[in-house]
Design a protein. Structure first.
Length: 258
């Protein structure tokens, strides 16, 4: 699966799944603009892409701010002359007991992941109509599987899934493909922090801590960012051109709902 001649924006691309998607798109031949808040981390990802022979541009900005999305899209179109792909992978939410969470915590959770996607979609849509392009939202299985300490994340993910479906319906009219991936537990920096916490608390090694987490989640194994990235390439490639409004669970069996 190749993306030669395509140009892409990847949000949340300074680490974890977003970085892996950017690297995979570049490896498949796309030009990528990566965005997140940390210029230092973006530079590290971009350097790796360039060292492997790809083209990467960076834009450090906070998608919680209403004007940033349009600036990101403008930067990509200025750099590449067009836009074919938007992969939205930005957003982390606060985890904890509902009664310890405030309205501000909920507002912050929606600000980046949900409203970031809304604003990026609004800014990118006219350009994607011209190229018959694609949007891919990286959301999470919490959209469909409730958990008592994930009230914010589950709510945000459910809302973004609904938004994905709505824009896919509009995309049939406008020639824009819109789909989503629901990752399960993936060894991102945040999950690795949990692994290290279990190792310290229980005095066990990394392999035992990973096995414990896999058993708790009842999954075949914990995912790697590259697992999600491989699917992300397929979803925006010509091979996946019949996908529209699809929400694909890639979770090792974590989601057992129909």
């Amino acid at each position: 699966m190749r993306l030669d001649g395509k140009s892409a924006i990847v949000t949340g691309a300074s680490q974890g799944i977003g970085a892996a998607i950017a690297e995979a798109y570049a490896k498949a031949g796309a030009e990528v603009l990566i965005t997140a808040r940390s210029q230092e981390k973006l530079d590290a990802v971009a350097s790796g892409i360039r060292a492997a022979g790809g083209r990467a541009e960076t834009f450090a900005g906070d998608l919680k701010q209403p004007g940033t999305a349009a600036e990101v899209v403008d930067a990509a179109v200025t750099a590449f002359g067009k836009l074919d792909i938007l992969a939205h992978s930005a957003g982390a939410t606060k985890y904890g007991d509902f009664f310890d969470l405030t309205d501000a915590d909920f507002e912050d959770g929606f600000a980046l992941k949900y409203y970031g996607a809304v604003r990026m979609t609004r800014a990118a849509w006219p350009h994607l109509m011209k190229t018959k392009g694609c949007i891919l939202n990286v959301i999470g299985v919490g959209a469909r599987v409730s958990e008592k300490n994930f009230a914010i994340g589950g709510s945000v993910n459910s809302a973004l899934t609904n938004f994905t479906k709505a824009m896919a319906d509009r995309g049939v009219q406008d020639g824009v493909r819109v789909n989503a991936i629901h990752p399960g537990p993936v060894l991102t920096p945040r999950i690795r922090q949990r692994v290290e916490f279990i190792m310290r608390e229980e005095g066990i090694d990394e392999a035992a801590a990973l096995a414990k987490m896999e058993a708790n989640w009842r999954v075949m194994r914990l995912g790697k960012p590259e697992d999600i990235a491989n699917l992300a390439v397929f979803a925006v490639s010509e091979a996946g051109n019949l996908l529209q409004g699809s929400v694909i669970d890639m979770d090792g069996g974590a989601t057992r709902a129909l």
